[in-house]
Design a protein around this ligand. Sequence first.
Ligand code: ADP
Ligand code: MG
Length: 255
Amino acid sequence: MTTQPLVVAEKVRKSYGRNDVLKGIDLEVRRGEVVCVIGPSGSGKSTFLRCINHLERIQSGRLWVDGSLVGYRQVGDRLHELSEREVSRQRAEIGMVFQDFNLFSHYTALENVMVGPLLVRGEPREAVRARATELLRRVGLGDKLGAYPRRLSGGQQQRVAIARALAMRPKLMLFDEPTSALDPELVGEVLDVMRDLADEGLTMIVVTHEVGFAREVGDTLVFMDGGVVVESGPPADVINNPRQDRTKAFLSKVL
Ligand code: ADP
Ligand code: MG
């Protein structure tokens, strides 16, 4: 049986001008694994997620998702960037959920979830509508199909955003601080949905400050600082027995 990881990052480097943001990230994510990423602001967490679906070019290293090099084609030992069309095809298989939801304000919840499969995939409207309805039920919004984002709470909007990402049947989901913009009483409803997805076996990389979620739902906890992975392992080990001083210092501030 092949057990090729779903995501492999090898010595990934990314800089903006002279600012070296990622200084050689190595990471593997198995199929069905939930990897939570914590770390101080500015440590490169969002940049790393953005590299995984090629919203950013990398300076060196390699990134594979499901065996395919992300954003590039290798010819001999040289990399050639893929066309916009090829990149879009890769990106359509990776769902991304952002801190600030990014819903289309002039579309209802249902339309927000339908738009990807309709426009990107060209799937038939009735099938798309049925699946979008089912996905909104799954995130607890079966009674909000016709609601516009401004009539929804932050927690509801984020659940629509998750349903919208799922509508593309992603093989991987990336979450970038999905609960950071929410009022505290709305965090739980979003984490509950994410926990269900993890239980169903979806592969997820979750950048979060919710250490409790990471401990409970994560298979692996990665601590990033200064553009490197400082330490990673089973969440309980990293949280209870951090080996590195930087990890200890960070955890003592967030716990
Ligand atoms: P985190 O998500 O861990 O807070 P980021 O990945 O957002 O960190 O940012 C890491 C560093 O990269 C920061 O120093 C930030 O200023 C810089 N950075 C992020 N995006 C850009 C960009 N588009 N242009 C220039 N610098 C950027
Ligand atoms: Mg960030």
